[in-house]
Design a protein around this ligand. Structure first.
Ligand code: EPZ
Length: 421
């Protein structure tokens, strides 16, 4: 197992290029199950979760080949299995994204139920009830979702009780191959969901309301689609994480190959805290604050402040001049980083889903444990300003979603080394 060793105290500078978004690439790879043609996805981040989903497609009978680390060539015409097995799903919950495409294409599938995870219970009831509304019969057998709709799914009117990102993606993909029209209300509007819709549109599906909370999708009636090559959108969470690295070290850095329009809530929060932000085409530059002010954050669905940036801003709040308040509204257990940050001397007080972060106390190095993807990046951020050498263990969490993490940090001037336990 690897760990990262970080010597705190370095100022950062320079540029870092942002990779394609993991959370966009995952549904787009699942979307290839609806294609009759071979296609290429470019700007795919070279991270563990992507390889896991590619492996799942191969297990189903597809051919998936990396032409280079960021280009995936996929052909699902040879798929001859509809079972997403436990061994893969337990590695990555996003495997659930194959449920909608497999069921709509084949009329049946068996997808292992993802269990709970480090950040919360994460039920998938909304995915299942929407598919039932579309005529699927769903049973849970031996830990598997056994779904069938022998004559295909039918269009339906579905109101999501809660906004769900992968739930929306799953049902949008299912609706694309359904018989008739599906009307979806209270759909997620995340840029990753929007890209799925745009690719479907470019594949000939009539889809109205893209980018809004109400979508009307005319299904193809189980006719497979000709899907064009896809360039994955930039990773707004990776970009936000590096901006936080600039912020916490109060340095001037630039993230490139980003889409600032996808990051308005994060940018606004950095500005509120006193940092300078300059946007130039696909680049964002952050400049030091005269005084780092505390912040108030409520995580919510896009375009609000993303839960996937909550841990990083908590680390950042530790260097603010005052008390920040962070209200985590999406996941019930997304504060696992708090006790690890406390090992570094952080003063963070939890009251249910609200954290009060007392900025200003000196952070010290320690051995700390990554618990989930974003929690791990918060530990790295704190380590950048801690006195001494911090070791972040269990970094396989980071490798799931951050491409070339230590190389990118090194490029910015951080003292960071990957070592073997
Ligand atoms: C996606 O997870 C992301 N994952 C997560 O990224 C992200 O944190 C999350 O959206 C919220 O933005 C991918 O895109 C692969 P949800 P998802 O369904 O779709 C509840 C990362 O670090 N809910 O939008 O699983 C749920 O419990 C991660 O990259 C139900 O109650 O999240 C939560 O409270 C981790 N029933 C809320 O909705 C359901 O059927 C939002 O979850 C589905 C969800």
């Amino acid at each position: 197992m690897h760990y990262l060793q970080i010597q705190g105290g370095a100022k950062l500078s320079g540029e870092v290029a942002i990779s394609g978004a993991k959370n966009a690439a995952l549904p787009l790879i699942a979307l290839t199950l609806l294609a009759k043609n071979e296609l290429k996805l470019t700007n795919v981040p070279n991270v563990a979760d992507i390889k896991t989903l590619a492996q799942l497609l191969v297990n189903l009978g597809a051919s998936c080949e990396f032409e280079d680390p960021n280009t995936l060539k996929v052909n699902t015409s040879s798929v001859n299995s509809t079972m997403a097995n436990y061994d893969i799903v337990r590695k990555m919950r996003a495997s659930i994204l194959t449920l909608g495409p497999l069921l709509s294409r084949f009329g049946h599938c068996e997808v292992s139920l993802p269990g709970g995870c480090a950040i919360g219970q994460r039920p998938i009831d909304l995915h299942l009830s929407a598919l039932e509304k579309m005529g699927a019969n769903i049973e849970i057998k031996q830990g598997y979702i056994v779904a069938s709709a022998p004559n295909g799914l039918n269009g339906a009117r579905i109101v999501f009780d809660k906004i769900t990102v992968t739930g929306s993606e799953n049902i949008i993909m299912a609706a694309a191959l359904a018989h008739g029209t599906t009307r979806l209300l209270n759909v997620a509007k995340e840029p990753e969901v929007v890209q799925v819709c745009e690719i479907l549109k470019a594949s000939g599906i009539n889809i109205e309301g893209i980018g809004t909370s109400e979508l009307v999708i005319e299904g193809s009636g189980q006719r497979l689609l000709t899907i064009p090559d896809i360039k994955v959108i930039p990773d707004r969470i990776e970009a936000g994480t590096y901006l936080c690295a600039g912020a916490i070290t109060n340095s001037k850095i630039t993230v490139t190959k980003v889409n600032a329009k996808h990051m308005l809530a994060v940018i606004a929060k950095l500005e509120e805290m006193g940092f300078g932000i300059e946007i130039d085409d696909d680049k964002i530059t952050i400049s030091p604050a005269k005084e780092i002010k505390p912040c108030e954050i409520i995580t919510t669905e896009y375009p609000g402040f993303p839960t996937d940036m909550q841990a990083q801003f908590m680390a950042l709040a530790l260097v603010a001049n005052g008390v920040s308040v962070i209200d985590e509204r999406l996941f019930e257990n997304r504060f696992m980083h708090v006790s690890e940050l406390a090992r570094m001397g952080a003063d963070i007080r939890l009251n249910g889903h609200i954290a009060s972060v007392y900025g200003g106390s000196e952070l010290n190095s320690a051995d700390v444990m990554a618990t989930d993807l974003r929690a791990s990046s918060a530990l790295i951020l704190a380590a950048l300003v801690a006195k001494g050498e911090t070791r972040v263990h269990r970094i396989y969490h980071l490798d799931r979603g951050y491409e070339n993490l230590e190389l990118k940090f090194k490029q910015l001037g951080a003292n960071i080394t990957r070592l073997e336990e």
